[in-house]
Design a protein around this ligand. Structure first.
Ligand SMILES: *Cc1c(COP(=O)(O)O)cnc(C)c1O
Length: 418
């Protein structure tokens, strides 16, 4: 984003941070529910929520209370000792998913890294040393060296050579492209059921059914990266529940699980879990504080009426975005639950629209809107799962205002100019 160099935020020494992302100059200091405030007191309707992290919005009372209670009781006992919060959370996730063995991590990448390690161990123990994992073009699995190699994000292949070996890339929704890659060294398939970072691209039900069959035929593990789709985001507790009868071998979680605190998880079927003491660990993994927050999130999000509410809000957002797309000649809508995206027509870029939506907050009375330009030509909407009907309505209205402003300043391509 390119804002004027003179901003009310100039006194913050932002260069103290390594420059790893293009960020607007705004400095955020406070959040509540769907709202975020910057240091000048201006407010923003947050339809990004830390990239689908704050499942219950900013400063959710049940998360704040769980953290406060646990902070005064036990923060961390270390990976060499059990703590009650981690055991309770693992048992609950096992009960809800049917995947009864859990390893906690600090984020989504580490969860996928753990799943890849589990697959390689499974290959050593059960499959004569098979170790290769089939992943997908445009997939996103994280930013560790191995998960970057597993990802198919354009540009990742050129960063930080040499790549970690052991991954082969197939094409989503093309079963033959997966089949063609299966060989004696293949041990698992890892995929997102909705590719979020790619711009909200869904795996089709018949493709997923075919993948499960293919994995069964060849003794491969089916591993589903639910870092973005898990914990209610798609209107079911887990994204795989949209595929009736689907039984994954491994599921990874992150983002929404902690409601804003960093935690991820690897969930595995009992028969697949072959880690032995010493194979896997981490100093902070399963720490009591973050597990307490995740328990509060899971307790709320797993309620059937809460998930029905997510589906209602998702329908409302979809109708609002589709209406706007129709009236303004925008492109296709895509989505699953409260993970939605809007394609933009040629000449209209997501970055300037997101920048303009943020800039609608010209004073403390006038709200701005936070949306995510996930791709140059695609906007993503990932609000809190408990956002209100009024907030959805306001988000669509603010997006309309931002589009008005961008279009007013747009230089039309020569062929369409009168
Ligand atoms: C965000 C994301 C990751 C990486 O999670 P981090 O917490 O950033 O490490 C992995 N997979 C998917 C599908 C994601 O959306």
């Amino acid at each position: 984003m390119h804002f004027d160099s003179a901003t009310p935020f100039n006194h913050y020494p932002v260069d103290a941070l390594m420059h790893v992302a293009q960020r607007p100059p705004h400095v955020f200091v406070r959040g509540q529910g769907s709202w975020l405030w910057d240091s000048t007191g201006r407010r923003y309707l947050d339809f990004v929520q830390g990239w689908a992290v704050n499942a219950l919005g900013h400063a959710a009372p049940e998360v704040v209370e769980a953290l406060a209670r646990q902070a005064g009781r036990l923060l961390h006992s270390g990976p060499g000792l059990y703590n009650d919060r981690a055991i309770e959370l693992a048992a609950e996730l096992g009960r809800l998913s049917g995947l009864t063995r859990v390893f906690f991590t600090n984020n989504g990448a580490e969860a996928n890294e753990g799943a890849i390690k589990l697959a390689r161990k499974f290959g050593q123990v059960h499959r004569g040393g098979a170790h290769r994992v089939i992943t997908f073009e445009n997939a996103f699995h994280g930013r560790t060296l191995a998960t970057m190699s597993a990802s198919g994000k354009p540009g990742f292949d050129r960063l930080f050579p040499p790549k970690v070996p052991g991954f082969a890339k197939a094409r989503l929704n093309e079963l033959a492209s997966v089949e063609a890659l299966v060989d004696r060294d293949t041990v698992a398939v890892l995929l997102e059921l909705v590719q979020g970072e790619a711009g909200v691209i869904e795996a089709q039900p018949d493709f997923v059914r075919g993948l499960r069959r293919l994995c069964d035929e060849h003794g491969l593990l089916l591993m589903i990266d639910e870092v973005q789709t898990g914990i209610g985001r798609t209107g079911r507790l887990f994204g795989f529940e949209h595929h009736p009868g689907l039984k994954p071998d491994v599921v990874t979680l992150g983002k929404g699980l902690g409601g804003g605190v960093p935690i991820g998880a690897v969930l595995a079927r009992e028969e697949v879990c072959c880690f032995a003491p010493g194979d896997q660990g981490g100093t902070f993994n399963g720490n009591a504080l973050v597990c307490a927050a995740a328990q509060a999130v899971v307790a709320r999000v797993s309620q059937p009426d809460f998930l029905a509410g997510v589906r209602d809000r998702a329908e409302q957002l979809k109708a609002g975005l589709q209406g706007l797309a129709r009236r303004r000649g925008l492109g296709a809508w895509r989505g699953a639950g409260l993970l939605q995206a809007l394609e933009l027509p040629p000449g209209l870029l997501a970055g300037p629209i997101a920048e303009t939506a943020l800039g609608l907050a010209t004073d403390v009375e006038t709200p701005g809107l936070l949306v995510n330009p996930v791709r140059p030509e695609r906007l993503r909407f990932i609000p809190a799962l408990n956002c209100s009907a009024a907030e959805i309505e306001l988000a669509v209205e603010l997006l309309r205002q931002a589009l008005d402003r961008v279009e007013a300043t747009r230089v039309l391509p020569a062929s369409t100019a009168a």
